[in-house]
Design a protein around this ligand. Structure first.
Ligand code: MBD
Ligand code: FE
Length: 279
């Protein structure tokens, strides 16, 4: 079939069948996606067994809860961000900390505090490097913003996230901090290790066939929001990680690799409660 015939066929399957209430946006999207799929099947001469294999793959990925991970690994989530950057640039909304992808591992409902929080439950203190992360939230005019909501989540020393990793305590390494009167937030935590796709999972199976790895550099996720302001979804990366510029999810960006300063001054170590043995 040629492409014009395919477009016609899809319309007879979808559009011409419509009766009563129609969600026109959904109809437009389905007609377009189905037409593009049929054309790909035609052009690539996909065989029935290959098509059913694809259906089976999506079924398995859904059952394994890996469709969000797949969207990250295929660059779909990064592409959405590129489009958001472009939309903002067209509106003249530039500057500030760059956005990057949310990923599939956020969990709502983390413990809340003002100004400061401890994020780790202490169970990895014997093997983890203690980490202090702090910053200031500024509004669009560059003024420090009090009471901004800073949601932070990151992996443990195995590259695993609480909730998804049932061996961790509830909300371990997940916190919400509201900025203080100076727009400042500070968290004590542990240095995360980069995430790797589950080796036996559906995403890694596809990445293997594409000759790709499924690793991310060590990173820390942020949502930053405040009433009357656009919400920022971003991450910071830990400098020096071997995957810093080779992230399977394409999330690393210039401007998201802050300096990591090792605290060696005994007074500062004491002041921050980081004496060894660290608890
Ligand atoms: C992660 O931790 C992550 O941040 C992304 C984007 C994908 C998979 C795991
Ligand atoms: Fe992550």
């Amino acid at each position: 079939m040629n492409h014009a015939q395919i477009d016609q066929l899809v319309k007879t399957f979808i559009q011409d069948k419509a009766e009563g209430d129609v969600n026109h946006r959904v109809q437009t999207v389905v007609v377009r996606l189905l037409g593009d799929l049929f054309k790909a099947i035609e052009d690539l001469d996909l065989q029935p067994a290959e098509i059913w294999k694809g259906i089976e793959y999506l079924t398995d990925a859904g059952k394994a809860n890996e469709l969000g991970l797949l969207a990250a690994g295929l660059g779909l989530e990064r592409f959405i961000d590129i489009r958001s950057d472009e939309a903002e640039a067209r509106l003249g909304l530039t500057g500030g900390t760059p956005r990057t992808i949310e990923g599939p591992l956020y969990v709502a409902g983390a413990p809340e505090s003002i100004g400061f929080t401890r994020m780790d439950d202490g169970t990895e203190s014997d093997k983890a490097d203690p980490l202090i992360i702090e910053g200031t939230v500024y509004d669009a005019d560059g003024k420090p913003l009090q009471n901004a909501k800073v949601e932070i989540w990151h992996a443990n020393t195995n590259g695993c996230y609480s909730y998804f990793d049932k061996s961790q305590s509830a909300f371990n390494l997940r916190r919400t901090i509201y900025t203080d009167a100076n727009g400042h937030y500070k968290a004590q935590s542990i240095m995360p290790v980069g995430y790797a796709c589950p080796p036996e999972g559906t995403t890694q199976a596809l990445l293997d066939m594409l000759g790709r790895h499924g690793n991310r550099p060590a990173h820390i996720h942020y949502f930053i929001s405040a009433p009357g302001h656009r919400k920022l979804t971003t991450q910071i990366n830990i400098d020096g990680d071997e995957y810093l510029w080779d992230d399977f999810a394409f999330a690393s960006r210039e401007g998201l690799v802050p300096p990591v300063n090792e605290i060696t001054d005994p007074d500062l170590i004491k002041q921050n409660g980081l004496e060894r043995p660290y608890k």
